[in-house]
Write a protein that binds this ligand. Structure first.
Ligand SMILES: NC(=O)c1ccc[n+]([C@@H]2O[C@H](COP(=O)([O-])OP(=O)(O)OC[C@H]3O[C@@H](n4cnc5c(N)ncnc54)[C@H](O)[C@@H]3O)[C@@H](O)[C@H]2O)c1
Length: 270
């Protein structure tokens, strides 16, 4: 099979690691052909280190030229990228999942396409169980996220509510709401809430709680779900990425695992 032409949009903590791993582990299955980032210096750096053959393109041209599009940029761009890619029957892997949750016409878009949308589990465990449970009756899904304070810096919700992170000295509940509200409040911090909502009971019914503390060393996500099958409880404590403390190391690895799935003949897990 001819290697897929891969385009990567967003070359930060996740995107740069994916380019590195793709060029090392998956070079037979895919070739990094196109790169896009608002920061030109990032493109130069990544080309120099891992993908000298890759061309820099606008995201629109990148999507049109690639067989597989990887979005690791921002919520604002996630739905436009997915929309364009799917309309052109491409495969598209989206990391900024919050951007999909707010989009009203995702379901109708998916109905009309032969493209494929891939969404990694991120730093969550339990998505397999949630999907299986959803094949029966799933009644309640709750995500409790605990983050070190520096993993929440810059979130719009903190400004809106006048929450000062430096005033938090111990584990403190700073947000409680549904997944849609969580994604608006913390667009760069709780993409997993969107993934969980898409996998389970939807944006409005998925409950989210966010705790912050300077005493936390890891990003923690705990999922609890109840349905006719019984109860599911899954917890992950992930080291924050060295290049972006908002991003969990496991989120990066989960994107790598999804790439393995794309290129593999065996698809494990529900
Ligand atoms: N699904 C998950 O579980 C999960 C987990 C962690 C992070 N994320 C999301 O994945 C995305 C990437 O995370 P990261 O840690 O690599 O972030 P990052 O901030 O380290 O890197 C993002 C990169 O994208 C670039 N960028 C931003 N907007 C762009 C645009 N419109 N066009 C082109 N380039 C653009 C930035 O310049 C930057 O280089 C973020 O949206 C983040 O919220 C998802």
């Amino acid at each position: 099979m001819k290697p897929l032409k891969i385009g990567v949009i967003g070359l930060g903590a996740i995107g740069s690691r994916l380019v590195e791993i793709l060029s090392r582990e998956f070079h037979r299955q895919g070739r990094i052909a196109y790169l896009c980032d608002l920061r030109k210096e990032k493109i130069l750096e990544i080309r120099k280190k891992f993908a000298p053959q890759a061309r820099a393109l606008s995201w629109q041209r990148l999507v049109a030229s690639s067989d597989l599009v990887i979005e690791t940029a921002s919520q604002e761009i996630a739905f436009p990228v997915a929309q364009r890619a799917l309309r052109l029957n491409k495969q598209v892997l989206i990391l900024s999942v919050g951007g999909l949750l707010a989009a009203k016409d995702l379901a109708s878009l998916l109905e009309k396409t032969k493209g494929r949308l891939w969404i990694p589990s991120g730093a969550l465990a339990g998505i397999d169980g949630i999907l299986a449970a959803g094949a029966g009756t799933l009644r309640q899904v709750t995500l409790t996220t605990r983050k070190p304070v520096r993993g929440l810096e810059g979130a719009p919700y903190l400004n809106e509510k006048g929450i000062r992170l430096d005033a938090i000295k111990k584990p403190t509940l700073i947000f409680e709401g549904n997944a849609l509200e969580a994604i608006r409040a913390f667009p760069k911090n709780v993409n997993v809430a969107a993934t969980l909502a898409l996998a389970g009971v939807g944006a409005e019914k998925t409950r989210v709680r966010v705790f912050a503390s300077p005493t936390y060393r890891e990003n923690q996500h705990e999922v609890v779900a109840e349905g006719d099958f019984g109860t599911l409880r899954a917890e992950v404590r992930s080291r924050p990425s060295a290049s972006n403390p908002k991003t969990s190391e496991l989120a990066i690895l989960s994107a790598v695992a999804t790439l393995r799935k794309i290129f593999s003949r065996i698809h494990l897990g529900s």
